[in-house]
Every structure is written in structure tokens, then in C-alpha cells.
Design a protein around this ligand. Structure first.
Ligand code: F6R
Length: 248
């Protein structure tokens, strides 16, 4: 997997923000929407801050941008402290000029009987705008991308999944205890993610070093779903020194 290691996550986030800004401007010039797949969590926060900066100080407009978030806990109320809807508004959407109708985040309030139909509609919405131009990913310690936990298939689509125990442990502090972390989530599938024309996976810190090594150097396996990225033609793995420390 093509990998770039930056001195620190700050510089990495700024470089990726510039790359996204260039893509947004290129789409604008070509008169087509720029479709971004977005992640939440601690990894992309500095990236979003930089995009907000570019909007406020460098004339970058998001009026032409359409976004699809990877995932949301289930069940989850949008105004809940831990919701990804709230996260995205707080870090990005409230500070840029993207029209609300162009924002898509899996709905954690959908009644269970309607979740499958909702997930199919999510896929159709992605297709209807022409697919995702650039997908931003983080990686979980389980090797998940989105919330595609170990065992997720190469062809998996947007669906309701059960979160891995390790993932719930990692989310425990956000929820004031593991027992409060939802057991399930709605996530884009591995197949959905791999259809993006370009993918940028970000990882920072020593806690990610071992799983980054497995993703980049290990064999492709469903026990580390991030290894599926090895079969995509336009992926970039962007690391800080600590996350890249175990690579040979
Ligand atoms: C979030 C997502 C997850 C995270 C991953 C890493 O939308 O899809 O795959 O990217 O769990 O989370 P952080 O960045 O908090 O380490």
C-alpha cells in the first residue's frame, strides 16, 4: 500500500486538507459535484479544522460538495453527545457553506424494521450522485474501516453490524463506561468503500502502529478488513511517525 509518513499528524492533516481543497476546486471548475466520504473519531478532527480554515481564509467553498459519512451508532439520537451527526456539525458542517441537503449520515433513529431499506437507499443516494470521489478513512485497532469489523466480507454493503468488543472498549470513555456504548452501528460496507475512486486512510499515534503494519504488510484477510484496501488502485495511507514506527 502506498504510504506517506509525515513528521507529525499536524503536517499530515494540513497536507490532506490541501489535497481535498484541490479536488473540490477541480470539481467546481469541471462543473460537477465533489462527493466526499467522511469519517468521524479523533483521527480526522485536525483535517476538518484545516478545511474550516481554508473556507474562512482561503475562499474555499463547499456549495458544490456532497458528503456521505461512513457510519453511525445504532440506536443513536442525532442530538446525543456521542452521535456522529453532532460530531460532524461541530467539527465541520456548522462552519462551512455546504447546503444541508447535500449532507448524508446514516440515521441512528430508523426503526429496526426499516434499517435494511434505509441502507439500500443510502447506497442508491451515493450512486445517484455518481459515486464517491474521495473517501477519508481512519482505522480501528481491530482493523476495521468504517465499522466493518473482522469477518466483514469484501463485498459487504451498507448494513447494521455488531461492534467488536475492542471497539466498544475504545469508545468507552466517550460514553462514560463501556456498558453505555451501543452494541451496534450502521456502516457503509467494505464493497461500498472500495468503490470510491480515491481513498485516503489516516492513522496517528503508537496505538495504531501494530494494526497499520498488518494493513500495509500483512496478507489480505477478513480478520483485518483494512487489508482489503490492498486491492484498490488509488489508496494513500497517511501516517505520523508513531503510527508508521513498525513498518519495515
Ligand atoms: C469513524 C470510523 C472508524 C474510525 C476508527 C478510528 O467514522 O469509521 O473506522 O475511523 O474507529 O477511530 P479514531 O480516529 O477515534 O481512532
Amino acid at each position: 500500500l502506498p504510504t506517506v509518513i509525515y513528521p507529525d499528524s499536524e503536517q499530515a492533516a494540513i497536507a490532506v486538507a490541501r489535497q481535498i481543497a484541490d479536488l473540490i476546486r477541480q470539481c467546481e471548475t469541471e462543473g460537477r459535484p465533489c462527493v466526499l466520504g467522511l469519517a468521524t473519531g479523533s483521527t480526522p478532527t485536525r483535517l476538518y479544522e484545516e478545511l474550516v480554515y481554508l473556507h474562512q481564509h482561503d475562499g474555499l467553498s463547499f456549495r458544490n460538495v456532497v458528503t456521505f459519512n461512513l457510519d453511525e451508532y445504532y440506536p443513536m439520537a442525532p442530538d446525543s453527545l456521542q452521535s456522529y451527526v453532532r460530531f460532524m456539525h461541530e467539527y465541520l458542517f456548522d462552519h462551512i457553506d455546504i447546503p444541508t441537503a447535500q449532507i448524508h449520515i446514516p440515521d441512528g433513529t430508523i426503526p429496526q424494521a426499516e434499517v435494511n431499506a434505509f441502507c439500500q437507499r443510502y447506497e442508491e443516494q451515493i450512486r445517484a450522485v455518481g459515486g464517491i470521489d474521495l473517501q477519508v478513512l481512519g482505522i480501528g485497532r481491530t482493523g476495521h474501516i468504517g465499522f466493518n469489523e473482522p469477518g466483514s466480507g469484501l463485498g459487504s454493503r451498507t448494513r447494521l453490524i455488531t461492534l467488536d468488543h475492542i471497539t466498544r472498549t475504545d469508545a468507552a470513555s466517550d460514553f462514560y463506561g463501556e456498558e453505555n456504548v451501543p452494541r451496534r452501528a450502521i456502516t457503509m460496507g467494505v464493497g461500498t468503500i472500495l468503490e470510491a475512486r480515491q481513498i485516503v486512510l489516516l492513522a496517528w499515534g503508537e496505538g495504531k502502529a501494530a494494526v497499520v503494519k498488518r494493513m500495509v504488510e500483512g496478507d489480505m484477510t477478513d480478520s483485518v478488513p483494512a487489508t482489503y484496501l490492498q486491492q484498490h488502485a488509488h489508496v494513500q495511507v497517511v501516517l505520523d511517525q508513531a503510527a508508521g514506527a513498525e513498518l519495515t
